[in-house]
Design a protein around this ligand. Structure first.
Ligand code: UD1
Length: 433
């Protein structure tokens, strides 16, 4: 397994361009299963989860062309399999996003039930209940979810998610675009990845309205066609680089981003003392104010409030702020595994249930640490960049799932980070264009 070796203490300076959003590209790739015609996706990030998602589409029978690493041309004309196998689902939970399109277009799908995951149990019961509302018969057979539309086609319906679910909303949207009649989703997730997927579906010929609000209406159509679509910039990568500038006392120009997609994060980081200017709609200038960082409490909530995917990075930042902050996680249980690693580096953090109390400001010291999930890994990289001495992060395959060429990007702005390659490991995520 590859490791990262970070020598901390160097302020990051320079310009960094944000990649396409992993969490948008994943459902958009799945959506290509809805059409027999070619769908071209641009700005797809070169990260391991997308490599896995493309493999899944190929296993199902789709042909994929990648004229460059960020462009995927996918044609799902001859789908021969309707099954996402356990080997793929266990490495990437987002493979469940194949369920909706397969069920919507072919009236049948089989997806291995995702197992327990590092950030909580993460069930898919809400996805399945919503498919049942659209007329599917869902059963569990030897660890696989098998869903069938008895008449071969789903039937539009009105449904209400009892809890906001991002991939659940996406899965149902994709299932409903080819259903007979109209579907209305209440309490839909509003994350920017949802309107991005709706944009693609509409370009393919679907009739989706209201995406980005809690009520989405989908008028079913007979078939979808070809389309070309640009994936939105990754808001969590953007937030991570804002914190990187702040935690290292550096100054960054962050380009190709969508600040309007991370309003709550930018507001909170300004409140704790990070200076953030927006010279144009896709650029941010970030630096620490001379007054230093102040502690502030945060609570993670569905969009447009503070995202759970920025909680770990914020916690790392709070170790460098004067005072005490309470970080409350309301979306996922067991999402504080980075805290014990930050404590190994000298942080003063106490966990009680879903609350972490962080006391700052402490001087972090480099240590060997273990990455436990994608965003936890990001917080350890951030802590390592500001710590005194060397930090060795093990199990960085987690970070390779979702951050494009992170070593190259951080090195280009002056960070001292190196990938120690395990020669047994496969993909080479740092070698993209
Ligand atoms: C997506 C994101 C992930 C982000 C999360 C919350 C992708 C690929 N991943 O994950 O990065 O952290 O949104 O913003 O887009 N739940 C159920 N039953 C279900 C579905 C969800 O109980 O059927 C619960 C979950 O356990 C969790 C909450 O609902 O407590 C929200 O989960 P959800 O929004 O579905 O997260 P994901 O879509 O898996």
């Amino acid at each position: 397994m590859d490791k990262f070796l970070i020598k901390g203490g160097t302020p990051l300076h320079g310009k960094i361009a944000i990649s396409g959003a992993k969490n948008s590209a994943l459902p958009c790739l799945a959506a290509t299963l809805l059409s027999a015609k070619t769908v071209t996706l641009h700005n797809v990030p070169y990260v391991r989860d997308l490599i896995t998602q493309r493999r899944l589409l190929e296993d199902l029978g789709a042909t994929t062309l990648t004229p460059d690493v960020h462009t995927h041309k996918i044609t799902a004309a001859h789908i021969e399999s309707f099954e996402a196998p356990y080997e793929l689902v266990k490495t990437m939970r987002a493979s469940v996003l194949a369920l909706g399109p397969l069920l919507g277009r072919f009236g049948k799908a089989k997806v291995s039930l995702p197992g327990g995951c590092a950030i909580g149990t993460r069930p898919i019961d809400l996805h399945l209940r919503a498919f049942e509302k659209l007329g599917a018969v869902v059963s569990l057979e030897s660890g696989d979810v098998v869903a069938k539309a008895p008449k071969g086609r789903l039937v539009g319906s009105e449904l209400d998610f009892e809890k906001v679910t991002v991939t659940g909303t996406e899965n149902v949207m994709m299932a409903a675009v080819l259903a007979e009649g109209t579907t209305v989703i209440h309490n839909a997730a509003c994350e920017p990845e949802i309107p991005d997927l709706a944009d693609l579906l509409n370009k393919m010929g679907a009739k989706v309205s209201g995406a980005g609000t809690p009520k989405i209406t989908i008028e079913g159509v007979e078939a979808l066609g070809e389309a070309e679509h640009w994936i939105i910039p990754d808001r969590i990568e953007t937030g991570t680089f804002i914190v990187a500038a702040a935690i290292t006392n550096g100054e960054l120009e962050i380009t190709s981003c969508r600040p309007d997609h991370l309003g709550a994060v930018i507001d909170m980081l300004r409140e704790v003392g990070v200076e953030i200017d927006q010279p144009d709609p896709t650029t941010l200038h970030v630096r620490n104010s001379n007054a230093g960082l102040r502690s502030k409490d945060i609570t993670t909530e569905p969009y447009p409030l503070f995202p759970t995917d920025m909680q770990a990075q914020y916690m790392a930042l709070m170790t460098q702020a004067e005072g005490t902050s309470v970080v409350t996680e309301t979306i996922f249980e067991n999402r504080f595994m980075h805290a014990s690693e930050l404590i190994r580096m000298g942080a003063d953090i106490e966990i009680h249930g879903n609350q972490a109390t962080v006391k700052g400001k402490v001087r972090l010291k480099g240590a060997p640490v273990l990455a436990s999930d994608l965003r936890a890994s990001a917080s350890l990289v951030l802590a390592g960049l500001c710590a005194e001495g060397e930090t060795l992060i093990d199990r960085v395959y987690h970070i390779d799932r979702g951050y494009e060429t992170i070593v190259r990007k951080i090195s280009s702005i002056g960070g001292n980070i190196e990938r120690l390659k395990d020669h047994m490991s496969t993909a080479a995520p740092e070698t993209s264009g």
